[in-house]
Design a protein around this ligand. Structure first.
Ligand SMILES: NC(=O)c1ccc[n+]([C@@H]2O[C@H](COP(=O)([O-])OP(=O)(O)OC[C@H]3O[C@@H](n4cnc5c(N)ncnc54)[C@H](O)[C@@H]3O)[C@@H](O)[C@H]2O)c1
Length: 371
């Protein structure tokens, strides 16, 4: 198969769909790989890194789209990219179609087959191509939160680990899923006193069994949440109710109960945020102050560490990309129901029920699409 990887053009996107390692893997299996010049630059990969493993570098995205059987990307195709997709071409990337009727219309019109990273599943009910970005955002949260805690940035002026004779920062993590667990591990590793709140007792049991000596757990009742929040130097919001907006767990009028200069890191901002006073910010201007409480609410946190994020995403997408290239998409999806769950669009029809429901468009069963 001829696999193509264009440079990402969405503003502030520095990741790239294929690492040199992924290109190498595909070439070893007998496939051809074409990469747009400078596609990997934002993640620290040069054209020479790709050439060294046998990939071909071309000057424009058009040359990639014109020649490739499968396009591998990171972000949803932008309007100009969608015009270059053609009938029968395979697109493998994040799509997030439900809130995006324009993109959906263009993908249907193109006649391409599109497999969305975010709806590929695994045997444990997880989303294996979203998990690496949650791991990155979770591990980044205490790092950016500790910077915000510094006095010059508006924070309380508290050091995460304290020093001999001075206690550590108190960190509360609300939501103990992928983001929350990684945030708690890193905050504890920095020496902070960490408590994780969740509403799922099985999850709290798991966290206690595995991390009992590293951080504490607490049930996320409204009472426990505000009591722990009052004592906290940093609160990390990491809740998710799948398919729903994040619940507002700290209200505006409760900010006055928090310590002055406390820091709220709202990782759940991409689902609307779990603090009432959260609004999405950017890496250029990441923090703001409401009533003396500092907020960090960057909606695409993994972009700050584009190299780590690219490699983490590449590790997760590579086996699926290889199955698609080796077997063709129909056979690969027939052999793997989790990859079939990623099928969103085929030959002018939607093949993902939740997207069809959200946009009021009829859906072709994915099982029929692969027949
Ligand atoms: N800002 C970013 O750059 C970025 C990056 C990655 C993920 N995210 C977001 O982070 C959030 C968390 O993602 P995840 O992968 O950890 O999800 P997850 O499903 O692994 O974990 C969510 C956890 O929240 C818990 N929860 C639900 N409602 C709760 C409540 N009311 N109180 C306490 N806990 C509650 C669930 O039991 C679950 O354990 C999502 O909104 C995700 O989109 C943001």
């Amino acid at each position: 198969m001829h696999i193509g990887c264009p440079k990402e053009i969405k503003p502030q996107e520095f990741r790239v769909g294929m690492t040199p390692n992924a290109a190498h893997e595909a070439i070893l299996a007998g496939h051809t790989v074409t990469i747009e010049t400078n596609a990997g630059a934002g993640a620290g990969f040069t054209d020479e890194d790709y050439i060294a493993v046998g990939a071909k570098i071309v000057g424009t995205a058009k040359e990639v789209f014109d020649t490739a059987d499968m396009i591998v990307k990171v972000k949803e195709p932008q309007a100009g990219e969608r015009k270059m997709l053609r009938e029968g071409q395979l697109l493998f990337t994040y799509l997030h179609l439900a809130p995006d009727p324009e993109q959906t219309k263009d993908l249907l019109a193109s006649g391409c087959t599109a497999i969305a990273y975010e709806t590929v599943t695994d045997d444990r009910g997880g989303l294996p191509l979203l998990a690496p970005m949650s791991e990155v955002a979770g591990r980044l949260a205490p790092q950016v939160g500790s910077w915000t805690l510094q006095k010059a940035n508006g924070g309380r002026g508290v050091l995460m680990g304290g020093v001999p004779g001075v206690g550590p920062a108190k960190v509360v993590v609300i939501g103990g899923g992928v983001v929350g667990t990684h945030a708690a591990k890193i905050a504890a590793g920095m020496g902070a006193d960490v408590t994780v709140l969740d509403r799922s007792l099985p999850r709290l049991r798991y966290l206690d069994d595995v991390f009992g000596g590293t951080f504490k757990t607490s049930y996320a009742s409204a009472g426990n949440t505000i009591e722990l929040a009052r004592q906290a130097d940093m609160i990390i919001g990491a809740v998710l109710i799948p398919g729903a907006a994040a619940p507002k767990l700290i209200k505006r009028d409760q900010l006055s109960e928090l310590k002055p200069g406390a820091v709220l890191v709202d990782v759940a901002i991409d689902q609307g945020g779990c603090f009432e006073t959260s609004r999405a910010t950017t890496h250029q201007d990441p923090i703001y102050d409401v009533d003396g409480i500092m907020h960090y609410c960057v909606a695409n946190m993994p972009g700050a560490v584009a190299r780590t994020s690219t490699i983490a995403l590449g590790n997760a997408t590579m086996p699926f990309m290889m199955a698609l290239a080796n077997k063709g998409w129909k056979q690969a999806c027939a052999d793997d129901k989790h990859l079939l769950n990623g099928l969103n669009v085929h030959a002018g029809q939607l093949t993902y029920y939740a997207v069809g429901e959200a946009l009021g468009i009829d859906v072709l069963s994915p099982q029929l699409a692969i027949k």
